[in-house]
Design a binder for this molecule. Structure first.
Ligand SMILES: Cc1cc2nc3c(=O)[nH]c(=O)nc-3n(C[C@H](O)[C@H](O)[C@H](O)COP(=O)(O)OP(=O)(O)OC[C@H]3O[C@@H](n4cnc5c(N)ncnc54)[C@H](O)[C@@H]3O)c2cc1C
Length: 257
C-alpha cells in the first residue's frame, strides 16, 4: 500500500447542514492516486489518534481532495474549528474502494453521512449511475445537486417526508432495482441499512459492495483496532478482517452483519 502524508492547505470550507462541513484541500499526490471509496486519515490539532474520513471527491487536474464530515465528538469538533488557509495533516489515499467497471450500470445507496463516500463513484459512472440518498429530514439533506451534476438520476428520501420521498432508502431501492437491473449496488450508511441493501442484492442476484465504518487506530493495518467479521463462503468459518486495509469497501456477501 503506498500513500502520502503531508500538511495540506484547506482551500475551501463550507457548512452544508447542521454540524456537517465540506473541506476542499490541496493534496495533489493524494488526488492523483485516489480511487472512489478510499479514505484519508487526518490529524486533528490536539489529538494523538488520526480520524478517518472518506474521500468525497478527488480531482487530479486541480490537485484537490474534498472531505465531508459530521461533528460527532471532540475530534471532529476540533476539525470544524480549522479555517481556509490553515493546514491539516492528511495521510492517504488508504484502503480499497468501489469497483469501477466502465459501461456498467450502478445504483448507489447512501444514508446520512454515508452519502459523501459515494459521490466519486457516481462521478465515474455518470449517467449509468442512479443515486438513492436518505436523510432524517429536509434540514439534513446534503450533496443532492452534486450527484445530479455528475449525471445520476437522484432520488432523495427523508424519514419524515419533509423532502423527496417519505420513507427509507431501502423502500425506494426495492422498487428501482427490479426495474433498472443494475450490475452493481454500492452502499454506505448505518449498518442496519447496509444489511437491508445486501439482502435486496442477494435476492436479486446483483453484485453489492458496502463501505463499513469501525473505530480505527493506525489506518494502515498495523494496530488491528478496526476489526470486522467476514466470511468468504457459506461453508467457511467466520474470520476477522480490518476495515483500514481490507476495506472500507467489502463485497456485501462476505460481511457478517
Ligand atoms: C473508513 C471510514 C471512513 C469514514 N468517513 C467519514 C466521512 O466521510 N465523514 C464523516 O463524517 N465520518 C466518517 N467516518 C467516521 C469518523 O471517522 C468518526 O465520526 C470520527 O472519527 C469521530 O471522531 P470524534 O473525535 O469526533 O469522535 P469521538 O469523540 O471519537 O467519538 C464520538 C462518537 O463518534 C463515534 N465514532 C468514533 N469513531 C467512529 C468511527 N470510526 N466510525 C463510526 N463512529 C465513530 C463514537 O461511537 C462516538 O459516539 C469514517 C470512519 C471510517 C472508519
Amino acid at each position: 500500500m503506498s500513500y502520502f502524508q503531508g500538511n495540506d492547505v484547506i482551500l475551501h470550507k463550507e457548512n452544508l447542514a447542521k454540524n456537517i462541513y465540506r473541506l476542499v484541500i490541496a493534496a495533489p499526490d493524494i488526488a492523483a492516486f485516489a480511487k472512489a471509496g478510499q479514505f484519508v486519515h487526518v490529524t486533528v490539532p490536539g489529538y494523538f489518534l488520526r480520524r478517518p474520513i472518506s474521500l468525497c471527491e478527488a480531482d487530479s487536474s486541480r490537485g484537490t481532495i474534498t472531505l465531508v464530515y459530521e461533528i460527532r465528538g471532540e475530534g471532529t469538533k476540533a476539525l470544524a474549528r480549522l479555517n481556509e488557509g490553515e493546514t491539516l495533516d492528511v495521510m492517504g489515499p488508504l484502503g480499497h474502494g468501489f469497483t469501477l467497471d466502465p459501461g456498467k450500470k450502478v445504483i448507489v445507496v447512501g444514508g446520512g453521512i454515508g452519502v459523501p463516500p459515494l459521490l466519486q463513484a457516481v462521478k465515474f459512472y455518470g449517467a449509468n449511475a442512479k443515486a438513492i440518498l436518505g436523510f432524517r429530514d429536509a434540514s439534513a439533506v446534503i450533496l443532492e445537486e452534486d450527484f445530479r451534476r455528475y449525471g445520476a438520476e437522484t432520488i432523495v428520501c427523508t424519514d419524515n417526508g419533509t423532502r423527496g420521498q417519505k420513507g427509507f432508502v431501502t423502500d425506494a431501492l426495492a422498487g428501482m432495482v427490479t426495474k433498472e437491473k443494475p450490475d452493481y449496488l454500492f452502499a454506505c450508511g448505518p449498518k442496519v441499512m447496509l444489511e437491508k441493501v445486501a439482502k435486496i442484492a442477494a435476492d436479486q442476484k446483483i453484485e453489492c459492495e458496502v463501505s463499513l465504518e469501525e473505530r480505527m487506530g493506525c489506518g494502515v493495518g498495523a494496530c488491528l483496532v478496526c476489526a470486522c467479521r467476514l466470511k468468504r463462503t457459506e461453508e467457511e468459518k467466520e474470520y476477522y478482517g480490518h476495515v483500514c486495509k481490507d476495506g472500507p469497501v467489502f463485497p456485501a456477501k462476505e460481511v457478517v452483519f
